[in-house]
Design a protein around this ligand. Structure first.
Ligand SMILES: N[C@@H](CCC(=O)N[C@@H](CS)C(=O)NCC(=O)O)C(=O)O
Length: 205
């Protein structure tokens, strides 16, 4: 059985947890707090020298880091990876967009506002730049989702799982999702897909 080291209240950790739940794949969740320094203990660094969660460990001890790599690994051969070559390329495009143009703004702003450990970094400049960057990313998603029900056409894919993770609660952290009606309708569409679980779900909960 897969072991998933992760912090429940983290969108990056939610991504593989959500996909594992949707695939009906049993796994063990090991709560690993990214805010209290746990990811920098020697025991964890021996598993992931980058000191970050999520981290997946297979029964034979092999390891896999990076949330979007996990999505692609877990989704291989399932309905979450587009069958056609070009559409697969588009799914990759959205996964890289998530890491470079969305997560650094939407997720970082969330962390600054949500975790007391990060409050000292929540300067007005940082809050303004993460809001501007996040709104730009939401604009890009809005433009696509006005044209197609999911990010890569008519069917849900790893791209939607990845971008759902930090978009779904962005409204709690200063983003006006009402200004992004296509994104808001897409959030409900992702939630209506089979096997959806909320952020705070773990297999033991
Ligand atoms: N690119 C990584 C980012 C992972 C990441 O930033 N994880 C945070 C929690 S959301 C973390 O472990 N932070 C602890 C640290 O950087 O010390 C991924 O997508 O998995």
């Amino acid at each position: 059985m897969i072991t998933l080291y992760g912090m429940t209240d983290s969108g990056n950790c939610y991504k593989p947890r959500l996909l594992l739940a949707k695939l009906g794949e049993p796994f063990r969740h090991v709560e690993t707090n990214a805010m209290d320094g746990s990811t920098h203990y020697a025991e964890f660094l021996a598993k992931n020298p980058n000191g970050k969660v999520p981290l997946m460990e297979f029964e034979d001890g092999r390891l896999l880091a990076e949330s979007n790599a996990m999505l692609l690994y877990l989704a291989e051969g399932t309905r979450f990876v587009p069958a056609r070559h070009y559409e697969r390329g588009l799914a990759y495009q959205w996964l890289f967009f998530e890491q470079y143009s969305h997560e650094p703004y939407v997720a970082v702003r969330r962390a600054l506002l949500r975790f007391p450990e990060r409050a000292k970094d929540a300067t007005p400049e940082r809050l303004a730049s993460t809001l501007a960057g996040g709104n730009k990313a939401l604009d890009v998603m809005e433009a696509q989702l006005k044209r197609t029900p999911f990010l890569v056409g008519d069917a849900i894919s790893v791209a939607d799982i990845s971008l759902y993770a930090y978009t779904h609660d962005a409204g709690l952290h200063g983003f006006d999702l009402g200004s992004f009606p296509a994104v808001s309708a897409w959030l409900r569409r992702v939630e209506a897909d089979d096997g959806h679980v909320p952020l705070d779900w773990t297999p033991s909960a």
